[in-house]
Design a protein around this ligand. Structure first.
Ligand SMILES: Cc1ncc(COP(=O)(O)O)c(C=O)c1O
Length: 390
């Protein structure tokens, strides 16, 4: 077996999401940034996409209203608006990742009831400008904190710019699915979520331990967990796939978004782990991993980090990196199963705008995971592998 194959097989074992291991419980003293989950009004949901859907329902927008969504998106940012029976309009991004408000035609914002603005990659920024724009035009702001569970966004804590903030717990904690709908000043009303069946609760719990055991997370319990997981018949989601409300061209994309459980309560295991797991070790490891990536990629000719430093209170979700020859490099990265992805699946009908950073990011920006279940030495090996590809 060649050295390259042996190495790539080893690399394919890097988890693409945090796993439950003993360090998940370690109390580590580190920065203590604000957290979306601690806002005065909050409800736990099954996912970030469910939180977006429920935020739109809370706004009770008139039929035919449009929701503005960035051209650079995960399809799960678009699907909730269509499922809520609203129209989606796309807006371009500036090079700093904030909405290019001047490029939104008046005919579009005249119909808009809400705008979804995300803190991409977990590096939060002030939404002061967009907040003022929304106030002037009477448009609701949904602050998408799926990448940014912790941190300060300019002179406010994350989640405090939006009428509602939404977050995704499964990107930050080893939980099977969970999100948060929150608000600093708006009550969350009539948000009656459906209970989950006993079977779903059990499966969700087993999922956490099974995923952990796949990566050797809870030695010496892994063998026991592997035996338990054989009792579980199927890993298929129990919820119904929801595609209603979408025009034909969007149906396949909607199906991929797996919106089946948006009206459900989060699983008990997600609530429990979300509350009791250590934030300190999680935050410290993410920041260390981001710094390790920064060291590794600083001097490259055909690629550069999108952020050249990590702000003091940032807790990153990924390390975003611009790559000139992204198609080739990403294909190689996928073949090696490195923990990296790219938002190249954009919603059908997303328009192109002159000078839109969103559309070029979909092609050129790779998102290198830096979660707490990757160690600094993992990050060094992954960086070297990518540097060789570059
Ligand atoms: C910016 C953004 N918003 C919302 C979501 C949806 O979050 P979830 O996967 O928890 O549904 C995602 C998912 O990747 C995302 O990246």
């Amino acid at each position: 077996m060649s050295a390259v194959v042996a190495k790539s097989q080893r690399l394919s074992t890097y988890p693409r999401a945090p796993i439950l291991d003993w360090s998940s419980f370690a109390r580590v003293k580190t920065i203590d940034p604000p957290c979306v989950g601690d806002l005065p009004h909050s409800v736990m949901t099954t996912s970030g996409r469910a939180a977006l859907y429920l935020a739109l329902l809370q706004l009770n927008l008139p039929a035919g209203s449009a929701v503005l969504v960035p051209t650079y998106h995960c399809p799960t940012m678009v699907a909730p608006a269509l499922l809520a029976g609203l129209n989606v309009e796309f807006y371009p991004l500036r090079s700093d990742g904030l909405p290019d408000l001047d490029a939104i035609p008046a005919s579009v914002f005249a119909r808009a009831g809400a705008i979804i603005v995300a803190h991409f990659f977990g590096i939060a920024q002030s939404f002061g400008e967009v907040r003022a724009w929304c106030d002037r035009l009477g448009i609701a702001l949904i602050e998408d904190c799926a990448h940014c569970f912790f941190g300060n966004a300019g002179d406010r804590p994350v989640g405090c710019w939006g009428d509602f903030a939404t977050a995704s717990l499964s990107k930050f904690f080893p939980v099977p699915e969970a999100g948060v709908l929150a608000s600093v000043n708006r009550e969350i009303t009539s948000c009656l979520l459906e209970s989950r069946s006993f079977l779903e609760q059990v499966k969700g719990g087993v999922d956490v331990f099974e995923f952990s055991a796949m990566y050797g997370g809870l030695r010496p319990l892994n063998k026991l967990v592997n035996n338990l997981s054989t009792l579980k018949k199927s890993r298929k989601p129990v919820g119904r796939p929801l595609v209603g409300g979408a025009p034909d061209a969007s149906k396949a994309m909607m199906q991929l978004c797996d919106m089946g459980r948006i009206s459900g309560k989060p699983l008990w295991i997600s609530r429990f782990l979300g509350k009791m797991l250590s934030r300190g070790s999680n935050i410290a490891q993410r920041r260390e991993n981001f710094a390790t990536y920064l060291d590794a990629f600083a001097p490259l000719r055909n690629a550069h980090p999108l952020h050249l430093s990590l702000p003091d209170h940032a807790v990153p979700y990924v390390f975003p990196m611009w790559v000139d020859d992204a198609d080739r490099v990403y294909e190689e990265i996928r073949a090696r199963q490195l923990p990296v992805f790219r938002w190249d699946r954009i919603w059908p009908g997303t328009p192109s705008f002159d000078g839109d950073s969103g559309s070029v990011w979909s092609k050129h920006v790779l998102q290198l995971l830096c979660h707490q279940s990757l160690s600094s030495s993992d990050i060094k090996i992954i960086s070297n592998e990518i540097k060789n590809l570059l």
